[in-house]
Design a binder for this molecule. Sequence first.
Ligand SMILES: [Zn+2]
Length: 137
Amino acid sequence: MSDVRAKPLPTADDVSAPFWEAARERRLMIQRCAACGYYNHPPRSWCDACLAQDLKFEPVSGHGKIYSFTVMHQRDVPGFEQEAPFINLVVELNEQPLLLMVSNLPVSERERVRIGAAVTVDFENRGDAVVPQFRVV
Ligand SMILES: [Zn+2]
């Protein structure tokens, strides 16, 4: 039997900490620019649209669609040995065109993956951390 390791845990920094704290409360929060209203993800120090540095985390719907995906057949990705083939997703959140978020799809959902499929956020417990994932709706 293979050595099954734990899935990797997120490493929060000062900029991304509010995102991960919200995930622990099973809420999806995305940075939004106070100057122009543009959503920025992943978390950063300045707005991609206007370069303002007044970015606040706001709750979002958690709804989106599958923008792209990759089927991972490798069985040597730590923590995912027993789940291969598994799906890495890029989700476009409904709040803004090209507001993209990388995630993965639970194994039970892999037969339903399609470009453009509607998804909703779900959360995976990983020890002390909680990681946003998506399910097909
Ligand atoms: Zn802005």
